[in-house]
Design a protein around this ligand. Structure first.
Ligand code: C5P
Ligand code: MG
Length: 225
């Protein structure tokens, strides 16, 4: 599907590095990364907002960064991204990793904040392995566990106002399939390393957040206020 040669593109050099850019932590040359995963509509965005407010994380949504790049005037990747999103497919990792790295560097330069919640990433094994190899190993993955029926209902509701090209029946079906086939293996991979914090995402947002807070405390991550 890619009409652009992402593997040899001069603006996508990050994935070619052999050492991670940062080591894990919040000091100089370090970055603290928590991945936020869960099916579409599991509540990743909603809960990330809570964590930003109370814990001082910078929230980076891979989907939002891709949509921004898609709409950026003069982007060579715009058309390609648009097609992948509409089809619920995973955009080639070179693009997404570079967008994330750029956003991390910009955040550190502007604010000095080195704590990142990376939402909706890694959605596929190659992204998971590559990101940890060239950017930074994650601290853990926060996984929102939610049945499809609940997610479907939330997405269709959101579709009434989100303006998103993929919050419709047809795209939702494809996104679920991609999630099960490509993203769940990532969760299982990190689970095997003991690096998954799982939360029941079927409850109301406030209750879900209480569980997130308890589990963050257990992981040694404290709120700022
Ligand atoms: O996370 P969100 O639902 O906003 O993602 C929307 C779409 O963006 C996905 O269905 C997929 O097409 C694309 N995406 C991707 N790789 C990621 C995150 C999102 O290709 N890591
Ligand atoms: Mg989202």
């Amino acid at each position: 599907m890619p009409a652009v040669d992402v593997q040899n593109h001069p603006s996508l050099q990050a994935p070619k590095r052999t050492q991670p850019l940062f080591s894990p932590g919040t000091g100089k040359d370090q970055a603290l990364v928590i991945f936020v995963l869960g099916g579409p509509g599991a509540g990743k965005g909603t809960q990330s907002e809570n964590l930003v407010r109370d814990y001082g994380f910078r929230h980076l949504s891979a989907g939002d960064l891709l949509r921004e790049e898609q709409d950026r005037k003069g982007s060579e990747f715009g058309d390609m991204i648009k097609t992948y999103i509409k089809e619920g497919q995973i955009v080639p990792m070179e693009v997404t990793i570079q967008l994330l790295e750029n956003a991390m560097n910009a955040t550190i330069a502007e604010s000095g904040n080195r704590k990142f919640l990376i939402d909706g990433f890694p959605r596929k094994m190659d992204q998971a392995v590559k990101f940890e190899e060239v950017v930074v190993p994650s601290r853990f993955t926060l996984f929102f566990d939610c049945p499809e029926a609940t997610m479907r209902e939330r997405l269709l509701n959101r579709g009434k106002t989100s303006g998103r090209a993929d919050d419709n029946e047809e795209s939702i079906k494809k996104r679920f399939k991609t999630f099960v086939e490509q993203s769940m293996p990532v969760v299982n991979h990190f689970e095997g390393q003991g690096k998954v914090v799982k939360v029941d995402a079927t409850k109301e947002p406030d209750e879900v957040y209480q569980e997130v807070r308890r589990k963050f405390t257990a992981e040694g991550i404290q709120p700022e206020q």
